[in-house]
Design a protein around this ligand. Structure first.
Ligand code: PMP
Ligand code: GLN
Length: 384
């Protein structure tokens, strides 16, 4: 029944691994979602909005308070001038990505991404009838080869879909890497769609550099983020996209017929949360950095090769030192073996060889949960 182009996408690894974790009672370090809620003021505001009657369709472009708050946030953190009129509120970052690709790509147009990539990218490109051109990111630092990046561009390239900080690898693109991507986008007249949902989860004092802040890039960049990550409310599905007026107008044309609007009571609450003091944002990154170190230590002790995670709430490991030859096979067995769930990196790759033995663990969990997971993983070698 299913159209051919969607046949490779009948299920998501996150749903499968979370279901497996639930069935087996395993600690779920697979699907990336926090096990604590976001800031109390945000939760209270949303509850008050629901009981206070903010429950009908909001404006198609999003409520003014949230669009203004997103613009103020870009100015505050990155010195970037954004006109609230050119911010579009979406149903999570997922819809922003899908709307952008659907709005900009004719069937047969090409979309460059890095590989591994967040799973919705490939499915969305397929939905649009576009052609996916993935460029490998390889361990240990998951940087890209400039020649391979250039080779992925062609006269058909319409969109470069960038993700920094990067899921699943935890890599954070630096200014030089972003500049190169931007130069190629300009040379081939492509639009950069940049998924920055983990913008506030960057560690070790590194900066997050938004693509749109690079010289000349604002005019060809659509920037995406989401409340789900920054405020630990992944189930609310409120995101946003901003950029030049003609690009945002194109995205809005697609978005309004996907969901039309969503999240009326959440939108004003998120607007207030975006204005939380700096301490909220630094505590978020500091807390996650500590959790990263806790989990990384345990994974190393369990005998895995742990690659550095500079951002996001994910760590990628190589299971080959334990004699594993297929990370996906291991992930299906891991809950039974030691009571921990994880996700294989190969499912984020067009070329499964690229991530064959790599496994991703999420560390956005309570310390006691991470500690228990580490204790269980200590038995992995013996359990294999
Ligand atoms: N992009 C990346 C890189 C992600 O990790 C996620 C979270 N699953 C999303 C987009 C989707 O975000 P949202 O839940 O806001 O749709
Ligand atoms: N972004 C989260 C992850 O990468 C969850 C995604 C999802 O469940 N679709 O794990």
């Amino acid at each position: 029944m299913l159209v051919e182009r969607m046949r490779p996408f009948t299920s998501t690894i996150f749903a499968e691994m979370s279901a497996l974790a639930l069935r087996t009672g395993a600690i779920n370090l697979g699907q990336g979602f926090p096990d604590t809620d976001g800031p109390p003021s945000l939760l209270a505001d949303a509850a008050a909005n629901i009981t206070g009657g903010i429950n009908q369709y909001p404006p198609g472009i999003g409520v003014p308070e949230l669009r203004e708050a997103v613009a103020a946030h870009q100015q505050r953190f990155y010195g970037q001038e954004v006109d609230p009129a050119h911010v579009l509120v979406t149903t999570g970052a997922t819809e922003a990505i899908a709307s952008a690709v659907l709005a900009l790509c004719e069937p047969g147009d090409e979309v460059v991404t890095f590989e591994p990539y967040y799973d919705s990218y490939a499915a969305t490109i397929a939905l649009a009838g576009a052609v996916h051109k993935p460029v490998p990111l390889r361990p240990p630092d998951f940087g890209f080869d400039p020649d391979e990046l250039r080779a992925a561009f062609s006269a058909r390239t319409r969109v470069v879909l960038v993700n920094t900080p990067h899921n699943p690898t935890g890599a954070v693109l630096d200014r030089a890497q972003l500049t190169l991507i931007g130069e190629l986008a300009a040379e081939f007249d492509a639009v950069v769609v940049t998924d920055e949902v983990y913008e506030h989860m960057v560690f070790d004092g590194r900066p997050h550099v938004p693509m749109a802040t690079l010289p000349g890039m604002a005019e060809r960049t659509l920037t995406i983020s989401s409340a789900g990550k920054t405020f630990s409310v992944t189930g609310w599905k409120v995101g946003w996209i901003s950029g030049p007026p003609e690009l945002v107008a194109a995205v809005k044309a697609a978005k309004q017929f996907l969901t039309y609007v969503s999240g009326a009571p959440f939108q004003p609450a998120i607007a207030n949360a975006l204005a939380l003091p700096d301490a909220f944002y630094t505590d978020l990154a500091d807390g996650l950095q500590r959790k990263r170190d806790l989990l990384a230590g345990g994974l190393t002790a369990a005998g895995l090769t742990v690659y550095p995670s500079a951002g996001t709430y994910f760590i990628v490991t190589d299971t080959a030192p334990l004699g594993i030859t297929d990370g996906a096979e291991l992930c299906w067995k891991l809950p039974e073996l030691v009571g921990v769930a994880a996700v294989p990196v190969s499912v984020f790759c067009a070329d499964p060889e690229l991530g064959r033995t790599l496994v991703r663990f999420a560390f956005c969990k309570k310390d006691e949960v991470l500690t228990a997971a580490v204790e269980r993983l200590a038995d992995l070698k013996a359990a294999l």
